[in-house]
Design a protein around this ligand. Structure first.
Ligand code: SF4
Length: 247
């Protein structure tokens, strides 16, 4: 593809083939290292530091992806980049997605949007779908939950909307942290106004806890339980009530 740089290298934590939860169809999922946030429920704290990843050339990763092309295409799937925070390595994501498009593969970017300013128009032009994690719609809760500010994510969401890029909103429902129904109502209205295509409500679970322990990090959600099925249904209803489809 014109302008594509196959010499770019990035820091990759791992890859997974056949992922079924990060975008449509079956996905080749690339986990990159590096993240500026510190979400209390992070499943992958082992991806936080970029140099902990394996330095990988985009060309070799594309060769690996090419082996799965037919399989991914048959399932209506493609390639998803997650992490960590993929926008910590925007040049790598740009080259990788441009290469995927040259292979005829659908591309999805799973991001918190906190580093949305790093996403160039070229990167977004090669991105078919953004899985945007808006972790809370309340600036104070966002700060408490992630250590960062909400505003950059909202600026990114508004830019994607203005560009007409397809977005699926992701919302992790954590009892006692992100279960304020008024805030969810306001987020649903916002997502609807921005024309987001779908919303995925993800019930909090403690899958990452053992990784926190292994890294000797304090896991403060130890006593937090997953949300009840009734609460998850109620939150989904709020989004549906604003005209959004749930995944
Ligand atoms: S943005 Fe993602 S990778 Fe970064 S701390 Fe939060 S959950 Fe973990």
């Amino acid at each position: 593809m014109r302008g594509m740089d196959v010499n770019v290298e990035g820091y990759v934590h791992s890859v997974e083939t056949g992922g079924a939860v990060d975008g449509p169809g079956l996905r080749f999922v690339v986990f990159l290292t590096g993240c500026a946030l510190r979400c209390l429920y992070c499943h992958n704290p082992d991806t936080w530091h970029m140099p902990d990843g394996k330095k990988t050339g985009v060309a070799s990763l594309l060769n690996e992806i090419a082996e799965y092309r037919d399989f991914l295409q048959r399932t209506g799937g493609g390639v998803t980049v997650t992490g960590g925070e993929p926008l910590a390595q925007p040049e790598f994501v740009t080259a990788l997605f441009q290469g995927c498009k040259a292979l005829g593969l659908h591309t999805a970017l799973d991001t918190s949007g906190f580093l949305g300013a790093n996403a160039t128009d070229a990167l977004l032009a090669a991105t078919d779908l953004v899985l945007l994690d808006i972790k809370s719609f309340g600036p104070e809760t966002y700060k408490r939950l992630t250590g960062g500010n909400l505003a950059p994510t909202l600026r990114f969401a508004e830019r994607l909307s203005a560009m007409g890029r397809p977005v699926w909103l992701r919302y992790v429902l954590v009892p006692g942290v992100t279960d304020d129904l008024k805030s969810i109502e306001a987020l649903a209205a916002y997502a609807s106004r921005l024309g987001m295509a779908k919303v995925e409500v993800l019930p909090f679970h403690k899958m990452g806890e053992s990784k926190w322990e292994a890294l000797d990090l304090p896991y403060t959600l130890k006593n937090t339980q997953p949300p009840s099925a009734a609460l998850v249904a109620k939150v989904k209803d709020i989004f549906v009530g604003h005209g959004l489809k749930t995944v």
